[in-house]
Every structure is written in C-alpha cells, then in structure tokens.
Design a protein around this ligand. Structure first.
Ligand SMILES: [Zn+2]
Length: 377
C-alpha cells in the first residue's frame, strides 16, 4: 500500500521542490525514503532504485551539513577576531522584530506538526476501511493514497521547520548575539544601505523655509505644481541649481577649507552622488543585528539615539548575497568626466574619500577605496 503515494510525492517534489531553496536539500532524502519504504514492503523490483536515490540524497545532505558547520565556525572566528568588546543597546523596534521572527518560526513548526498529525490520523482511518478490498472494488483509486501524500508532505515540512529552528538556535548560541558593522555594498548579505543613501542634493524643508532669499521651495513647485507641501516636509526639498543660498555657485564659492569643514552638508552633493560616510560618526554606520551565518542572516539596522535600531515596520532578516549570480549587478552612477573645478581631499576630517567639484554642477563624492571590483565578484 501507499506505493502510489510515494510516487505522487516524488513527482510533486520534483516539480515544486526548488521553491524551498536550501531546505530542499534536507527534504530530498525524506521524500525518496517515503517512496522507497512502501516499494520495499510490497516487494516491487524498483525498490533498490528508490533506495539508491535516498542514499545519494542523504550523502549530498550530509555534505551540505559539513559546509554549514564549517561556515558557522568561520563566522565564530570572524566574530572573535573583529570584536571590539563594546556593547550596544538594541532599540525597541529591533527587539520586537527579533522576538517576532523567533515566534513565527516556532508557530510554523507547531502548526505544521499539528496539521501533519491530523492528516496522519485521517489517513489511517480511511486506510482501515480500504484494506482488504481489491483495486476493482475501490473503483480504480484509493483515497488513502492522496490523504497519505498530504500527511507525508506536512510531516516532512514540519520536520524541516523544526530542524531549521534548532539549527538557528545552535548558530545564534555559537556565534553570540552580536552587532556587526558592515561596509555598504560588501559582506554576506544584501540590502544594507547607508543611512544617508538618498539624501544627496536635498535640503531639510524647515531649513529652506528659514533661509532668507532661498528659492528652493518656489523652484520645486514651479517644476511640479501638483506636489503638496506635506511631501516636502517629510522628504525635504531638492536644492535648486540657481538658489542664491543653496545654488551651484554657492557650493563652488567656498574655499576648499570651508567646503571640507562642512562637507557632510547634503545639498553640496549631486543628487546621484554617493554621500561622504564618516568614519567617526556612529549614525553613518551600516549595522547587522545578530548575523550568525545563512541560518540567521540578521536584521539590517542603524544607530538611532545611541541604540541599534531597525527601520519602522516589520523587521525582516537580510537577504543572503549569492555569489556569482549577478544579484549585485547595480552599479552606482558615475560622475561627469569634464568640467572639473577641483578635487578636495576629505580624509583630514574623517570622511574616507575626496570631493570633486564641477563648474556647472554640484559636487560628487569618490571613496578612497573604490571596491566595485570586489562587489561584482
Ligand atoms: Zn535654497
């Protein structure tokens, strides 16, 4: 009995198994064993082939387990080597997100276990009514096969989810609950944006309003009359090219020393330029809370009011960066080639790079170590 269910499960897994990503490596041996056992009990000639598949999938799974253990050891070593010994407080939104991720994980494992148990009981109930009947008597089909397939799928998902919870707990314990500081665009995960990513060329609305002679707000509404003031209050206003207070001429009239001393001023920079990231300012750092390898990729965060905090909204784990898939194909816009006025070294004020000023545009920031080659690897 249930040989059909095993085949049905194997077919379903070969169609949809890819969607489980890395987890499918752990599911494959269970799926194949589920087909191999009834084929053996019923004495089918194909049973050894199912077992060969089960053994191959198990070996591959063990091979991956070894890799996971090695990765975990590497992360722990890196954590120990790069530790500063300092501690930081985790903000309320980040703490809530960490709790909700743990809760959700256990919720799924428990829910799947309950569903698998119910489906299992139903299968045995139906099976007992079907046993002893011939194929013809059951009119060509056995309902228990379909029920058993559902029960087996739910059981495998439950097992995998519990293994995942357990492995995550082990990884987090081994590595420790650490706050990682990561260079933007580098590291094992994606989506770690510098807190200042979208501020270049912008001016806080209140500052524009309070500056005598500033035409930035007026220019903004001339170019886009449909926009409302609320939008500007939240996001700030784009500095106007000819504003007497914030125009391109004002950027270029500064002496290099004046420019350098105020270089973190957002409106100095072209809206497509990167912004200088301070090596001294905590608020400029990209943080990752609790990274412990691929089982727990951590929460992207920033320092806010001295606490490591995530952005408002549901905190989600960072996405793993997959090497060699072109996932990191975005290239930052490049500054113009001509019209360069001067270059100002910003390293003396703790900003790792230089400013390039242009005769007819705002300044562009160039980091000291352009890591684009590394990013593309
Ligand atoms: Zn202005």
């Amino acid at each position: 009995m249930l040989g059909l269910s095993g085949i049905l499960m194997a077919v379903l897994f070969s169609i949809g198994g890819w969607s489980f990503g890395r987890l499918s490596v752990g599911m494959a041996p269970l799926v194949l064993a589920y087909a191999a056992i009834p084929h053996t009990l019923d004495g089918y000639a194909s049973a050894p082939i199912w077992w060969a598949g089960t053994i191959a999938a198990t070996l591959w799974f063990l091979f991956q387990v070894v890799f996971s253990v090695r990765q975990l050891r590497a992360v722990r070593t890196l954590a120990k080597r790069s530790s500063t010994g300092l501690t930081a407080e985790v903000g309320p939104a980040a703490s809530a997100a960490l709790r909700s991720i743990a809760r959700e994980s256990i919720f799924w494992a428990t829910g799947l276990s309950i569903a698998a148990t119910i489906a299992g009981i139903a299968t045995f109930g139906v099976l007992s009514t079907e046993l002893g009947h011939t194929y013809e008597e059951l009119e060509g089909g056995s309902f228990s096969d379909y029920l058993a397939t559902a029960a087996a799928i739910l059981s495998i998902l439950a097992i995998i989810q519990w293994v995942r919870c357990g492995w995550r707990a082990i990884a987090r314990t081994v590595v420790g609950n650490l706050l990682w500081q990561v260079s933007p665009g580098l590291g094992p995960v994606e989506g770690l944006l510098s807190p200042k990513e979208h501020d270049a060329g912008m001016l806080p609305f209140a500052h524009a309003q309070a500056t005598p002679g500033c035409t930035c707000i007026e220019e903004f509404f001339r170019s886009d009359p449909s926009e409302d003031e609320e939008f500007l209050e939240g996001d700030g206003v784009l500095a106007a090219a000819y504003c007497p207070a914030h125009g391109i001429d004002q950027v270029n009239s500064l002496t290099p020393e004046q420019f350098r001393s105020k270089a973190i001023t957002t409106w100095f920079w072209d809206e497509n330029s990167a912004e200088p990231i301070s090596e001294n300012l905590e608020a400029d750092r990209c943080l990752l809370i609790g990274f412990a390898g691929h089982s727990f990729t951590g929460l992207p965060a920033q320092f806010k009011n001295g606490q490591a905090e995530t952005n408002p909204g549901p905190g989600e784990l960072a996405d793993e960066r997959v090497p060699g898939t072109g996932a990191w194909s975005w290239e930052p816009p490049k500054p113009p080639l001509g019209g360069i006025l001067d270059r100002i070294d910003l390293r003396p004020v703790g900003l790792g790079g230089q400013a390039i000023r242009y005769s007819h545009g705002r300044a562009w920031f160039e980091t000291g170590n352009q890591n684009h080659e590394l990013d593309r690897r």
